[in-house]
Each structure stands twice: as C-alpha cells, then as structure tokens.
Design a protein around this ligand. Structure first.
Ligand code: PMV
Length: 361
C-alpha cells in the first residue's frame, strides 16, 4: 500500500466545538475512462473528465466535539431527509481509509445531511458527487484546525480524500476539465489526486453541453467495484491501458486545438471501449440497453445529415450523455425532443453543462 505522508497533518490548534459546513459538489463525466485499479483506489490509467454543473450533491456536515476521543467513528447519515442505514458501511470504510490523513475524525460526532439535485435512482452515479462533497466539507474543517493550510493544498487534499471514497470522485473537486492519474504528457498529474487540465483550453469547449438521457433507471446488475476488479486478468487489459494513455495524448492536443471532429472520435471510441471491456471480461456483462443503441444510431444519423458536432459518451450504465458545443444548443434540444425522448424512461432527460467543481455554500 502506498502511503502519502505529505497528506498527513498534525492537529496544530484547538479543535472547534461544534458547527456546520455546507457545500455542493457535482458529478463528472469521463472522456478518457478510468476502468481498472490497484489498491487503494489507484488508477491503472490516467483519465480526463468534464466536471458537470447541474447534477450535484448538496451536503451539510454538522460536527460536535466529544469530551474524549471515541473508539469508533461516530456519525449519522441523513439522505434526502431520512436516516439511511444502508449508506453507512460505505462512509464507515471511507472514514477508516482517511483516518490517517484526518486524525481528528474520532474526536467528533458527525451528522452528514445530504441530497442530490438529480432524481434518486436515475442511474446517474451519485458516488462521485457524494464522496467529493463529504471530502470537501471535511477539508473545510481541517482548514479551521490548520489555518496555515493554503487553498491549493486544501483543494488537492480534498481530491486526494475523495479518491479514497470513490475513485472518480477525485475529479469532481475542480473544473471545468480535470485529469486524474500520472501521465508523462500532463504536467503535475498524479495517481493520488486529480488536477485541473493544465493547458489553455480552446474556446470551442467553453460552456460545452451535456444532456443526459435517462434510458434505464434500474439498479445496475454489476457495480463499478466489481467491473474494475474484472480488469485483473482481463485478456485485453494491457492493450486497453496503453490505448487510454494514447488517448490522453490525443485529447490533450484536441482540447488545446479545438478540433471537434477528433474530439468526437476519441470520446465515442472511449465510451464503446469501456463497454467492450465489460463484454469481454469473465464473467461478461452488458450494461447498455436496446434504447442505448437506438440513441447511438440516431446520433450518428443526425451527424451525417447535419454536420453537427454532437457526440455521445457512456458511463457504467445504460444512460447516454450527449456532448455538444453551446452554439448548437437550440437545434440539438429540438432533435432530442423530437427524436430521442421516446428512448428515455418516462421521457426523462437532464440538461447539464461543464462546471467548476465543489463550492462552499
Ligand atoms: O469511481 P468509480 O469506481 O465509480 O468508477 C467510475 C468508472 C467510470 O465511470 C465507468 C469511468 C470514469 O472514469 O468515471
């Protein structure tokens, strides 16, 4: 297990007694996908994502100091107004992973009150926004305890902690584009935390839109934890990690040059490769639904007919993220309502765009 002594911090001042910290943190959508990891939560390849804006988790961390250090983590979890016992084990294991880095955790009772702006069980992963929101709140508490900590250190450590909750969560702390995973061509990149894409991004990507078509809101048959594990011993794993690394180089150039045709090619190929990895693992599985494929074919037809720069990407699920430049917004929304809504469960879709990451409320 790799240790990161630079993220351990002594308690330098008196601990605050009680209070509340509230923040929001968004979801993110990977362009170059992370699929395959090493312990603990370290990626097999670097990934790049758009941070979203509207799909987010809003979290209040109520903290109250104990008279003495307690033996176990002491917290309650309230999700959308209700105590959620089934979420507690995930937070419990998150706290045990980050305890070395936040030595004050057992000195407090926490009530974590959280809700999402997107519909519950919409198939949109809430772990990225949820875990990054908790990590961000905890870092605000740490900043009170260690006031000498700079904003840069605080953001970096929030991403580092979020990663230990859910890998891709580390990419939600900042925006609009972040990179997670060490890559020789991305300056200051690290396996331990995400960084803002370091180069100047072309204006073609300003206000880039992401409309999420909710194709299937059912429970996923295979969790991403299991999916990542299936990359161990996967017949194509080594080639896949090599390909992802090449796609990081390509996407870096694309983000700088604004070449939208190449953007489409890399992003769609990444989405299909992610699902191809699932279909070729043992056991094999398919998370796309027939409507996912119908939408993909419609997108290809539309592009051919109109010359639009609309493209799709997929998460580990059946929903389709439609990515497109802001200037095409009106036409594409018309295309969605006229031709794609029929493929969405209950006609539901969410209009989102790239955003700036976690913030204090
Ligand atoms: O962060 P996890 O363990 O839920 O994995 C996320 C994996 C993908 O969403 C499929 C890809 C990615 O890079 O976000």
């Amino acid at each position: 297990m790799t240790n990161y002594p630079e993220f351990t911090s002594p308690i330098l001042s008196e601990l605050p007694d009680k209070g509340t910290i509230s923040c929001s943190s968004p979801s993110n959508i990977a362009l170059v996908k992370y699929w395959g990891k090493r312990p603990v939560q370290l990626p097999e390849n670097a990934s790049i994502s758009f941070t979203l804006d509207a799909c987010k988790t809003i979290t209040s961390l109520h903290y109250k100091k104990h008279d003495k250090v307690s033996e176990n983590f002491d917290f309650d979890l309230i999700f959308e107004g209700k105590h959620k016992l089934d979420f507690k084990p995930k937070i419990q294991s998150f706290f045990s992973r980050i305890e070395t880095y936040l030595p004050f955790l057992k000195q407090y009772h926490f009530t974590i009150e959280t809700s999402n702006t997107f519909p519950h069980s919409s198939g949109i992963a809430s772990s990225a926004s949820g875990m990054s929101a908790i990590a961000y709140c905890l870092m605000q508490l740490e900043k009170m305890i260690n006031p000498a900590m700079s904003e840069v250190e605080c953001i970096q450590k929030a991403s580092f902690l979020a990663r230990l909750g859910s890998g891709s969560a580390c990419r939600s702390i900042q925006g609009p584009i972040t990179v997670w995973g060490k890559h020789a061509d991305i300056q200051d990149s690290s396996d331990a935390f995400a960084i803002k894409f370091p180069d100047k991004v072309h204006q073609n990507f300003e206000d880039y839109q992401d409309t999420i078509l909710l194709i299937d809101k059912g429970e996923k048959q295979v969790s991403s934890t299991v999916g990542h594990d299936l990359m161990h011993g996967h017949p194509f794993a080594a080639k896949r990690f090599e390909q992802a690394s090449g796609n990081i180089i390509k996407l870096k150039e694309i983000l700088i040059s604004g070449d939208l045709n190449s953007f489409i090619e890399v992003v769609e190929s990444e989405a299909l490769t992610l699902h191809a990895m699932m279909m070729t693992s043992l056991p094999y599985f398919i998370l796309m639904k027939p409507n996912t494929l119908s939408v993909i074919n419609k997108v290809w037809e539309y592009r051919k007919k109109t010359g639009s720069k609309l493209c799709f990407t997929l998460d580990a699920g059946a929903n389709v993220h439609l990515l497109y430049p802001n200037i095409e917004k009106d036409q594409i929304l018309e295309f969605i309502t006229n031709e794609l809504v029929v493929y969405c469960q209950n006609g539901q879709y969410i209009c989102d765009k790239i955003g700036l990451g976690a913030k204090l409320l």
